[in-house]
Design a protein around this ligand. Sequence first.
Ligand SMILES: [Zn+2]
Length: 460
Amino acid sequence: MSKVYIYGGLVVDPAQQLQQQADLVCENGKVSKVLLAPSAQQRSEWKQSADLVIDAAGKIVSPGFIDIHMHEDPYDEATDRFSGEIAQTMVRMGVTTAVGGNCGSNEADPDVYLDAVDRHGMAVNLALLAGHSTLRRSCGGTNKYAPVGDDVIEAMVQKGKAALQAGCLGVSFGVKYIPGTRWEEIIALARLCRAEDKLVASHVRADVDGVFDSCRELAEIGRQAGVKVQFSHVGSMGGYGQMPQLLAQIEGYRAEGIDLMCDCYPYDAFSTEIGATTYDAENFAMYRSDYSHILLCDGPYAGQRCTEQLFHEMRSTRPDTMTVGYFMKQEDVDLALLAPYTMLGSDGILVGQQGHPRAAGAFPRFLHQYAASGRLPLSDAIAKVTSMAAQRLGLTHKGSLKPGSDADITIFDLDTIKDQATYTQPVLVPKGIDWVLIGGRPAVQNGVLVNATLGRSVRR
Ligand SMILES: [Zn+2]
């Protein structure tokens, strides 16, 4: 029975077009009141009756951030344990709800995973998409280059249906990673999302020169299945000089009525395993770059740039080695993030403490570089990290501070918010995040993680 009173801050809540000084009351895990002009006496009464009083003077009070695109922590069913830290790096950067199962890949059966989240608690609320690659593999489609038979597709559809019934918010594809993917399996899984207006997200078939045909394929999924489609991490797919043309193509589909939107992370380098198809010879050639643009993140050569010899050695001996590829253009990433139909998605993935700094820095980096700098109006920037994702995912109780919403709240200082994570120290804690509340309880206080188990599964 706890009551929280947050006073004196600038409340920014794009879902209710609110941007003004206001106080918030949270009771029993929900926002119960937004007080636009409390008198001194009212304020003192609220302060006295609350269990927790937060002075937010000079700070922004925002709905908790929603990360529509991340990769959840691994989970070991035998020991019933989560390994890894990404839920914790997420909450430290202000995220209160994260969506895993992206790019076609789940760490475990979604129902089993979400049950485990509820059993143990997690540092953030967690939702999942049902990943096509994982479904395909579990139904016998183990060769990523070979097409599967109709029997495998039928089995995938049955499993996909079960995952959606278990509360997955949609289906994800990592077509680029599974070149053998047939149109029939894509459309069969996508159609499952229509009835309950769930999302189809795709790491599309090809980047660089191939991105335009891939975008057409994604739009075709939206058209033929009658579903909303999400172009995953658009910056790392068309961020090599293609962005102006790619965005024009996307705007054309949107004008036709296809509900196509994008997510993007605010960095000009991507991260993937060295054994991934990204580095197959014909794909790598498209970047028109050389091996020194690849940084090895773990294993015996962690921290080193590749040479041709090292590249081939690691690809054959340790294909799961994480890499960072410095190939993207900052101006393309900017164009993608500034587009009104793009929201922020970290695409965060960690192997132990190693990986791309976006897992611990994407949200504060975006707010520092695009909102604090004035390149985006504050409410537009906050919409990209809160309400846009909530609306896209059909989460009616999240992404807003209107009374009745879950009391997931992030309080930050726009003058000091800044990512600290780097490619060599990828999990450093950002600056400027004062409080993160999940269900009206403190998860982060003055940048310090104080409770890592407040998050629960988010199902729909
Ligand atoms: Zn991806």
